[in-house]
Design a binder for this molecule. Sequence first.
Ligand code: KG4
Ligand code: ZN
Length: 342
Amino acid sequence: MATRRILGIETSCDETSAAVLRVEDERPALASLVILSQDIHRVFGGVVPELASREHLRTIGPVVDRALAEAGIGASQLDGIAVTAGPGLIGALLVGLMYGKALAYGLGTPLLGVHHLEGHLFAPWLEEPTLAPPFIALLVSGGHTQLLDVEDWGRYRLLGQTLDDAAGEAFDKVGSLLGLPYPAGALVERLAREGRPGRFEFPRPMLRDGYAFSFSGLKTAVLRAVRASGDLEADKADLARDFQDAVIEVLVEKTARAVLELERDIAVIGGGVACNRTLADALRRRLEGRARVVVASPRLNTDNAAMIAAAGAWRLARGERSGLELEPFDAGPLPGLDSPRP
Ligand code: KG4
Ligand code: ZN
C-alpha cells in the first residue's frame, strides 16, 4: 500500500513548529517533530502579534530544515505539505503559509491548508492509530473552547462553545492574578495540587445550561477574591485549587452529558488545556464504565506541527488540495461543521 510523507507547518501563535509524518496503510508514524516556543512573550504577559511574526520569520527556515534532517529525508521526497491556514494571528500564519506555498510550488508537491482545531482533533490519532469516530471531543485551548460531536473525520457537529473567554485563557488570566508568568495553565495546575479545596466559593457558570460555556464571570470572581485576600502568597494555592475545581467541574459535566445523551463510547480531550491531568482524571472517573477517555501526550496537545500533518494527511488521502491562492484567516468554523443545535 501507499506510503505518504507529509510535512506539517504550524505558526498560528507563538510556536514555530515543523514535523514529518509518514502514513502507511492509514497508520501514522511520526518521523520528526520540532517545536520552537517563543520565550519573548513571557515578559509581556501575553503574545505580542508583531513580535510573533518576526520570530517565525527568523526561525521557520531552520525549523523546517531540522524536521526534514531528523526524518532523514530531503524535501523532494515529500508527498504533501500541510500548513495551518487559521484560525490564528494573521501575521504569524502568513509566515508559515507563505513558506509552505513556496515549498509546494517549488517542488510541485500538493499543498493542504489545515484548520488549527482540526489539527488538535487529530493529535490523539498519532499515538492511537486505531482511534476512529464517532466520539465526543472537548477542544480546550488558549483561544477556543468547543464541545463537538465528531460523527466522522471531517464531519463535525458543534454542540456548544464558550460565549466569552476560552478555558486556557481563563487559566492564563487567573495565573497572572496569582503572579505566575504566561502561559500559566500548567503552573496553575501545579499550584492547585498544594491547595486545600473549598475555601473559596467560585461559581460554576452555566453548569446545567445546555452545552455552552462561559468563563469570564469565574475569572472576575477570582479577581475579587484576590483583591480581598490579606495575604496572597498564603492564599494562592487555595485560590488556584478552587478556580481549577470550578473550571473542571463545568468541562467534565458538559462533556459527560454529551457522551451519555448521544450514546458515544469515546471522549477525546484536545488542545493545550488537555495537558491538565486533573481534568483528564476527573473525566475518566466520571465516565468510568460508560466511555473511554482519550488524550494525547502534552507535546502533541499544545500547538505543534505533527497534528497539522495528521489532519493534512487525512485530507490529502481524500484527494483534497489547496490552491496557491490559499489565504490565512483569523477566525472561522471547522471545515465540515454542521450548524449548532438550538
Ligand atoms: O492549544 P494551545 O497550545 O494554543 C492555542 O491554540 O491556544 O493551548 C495553550 C493553552 C494556554 O492557555 C495554556 O495555559 C493552556 O493551554 N495549558 C494548560 C495546561 N497546559 C497548557 N491549561 C491548564 N492546565 C495545564 N496543565
Ligand atoms: Zn492550539
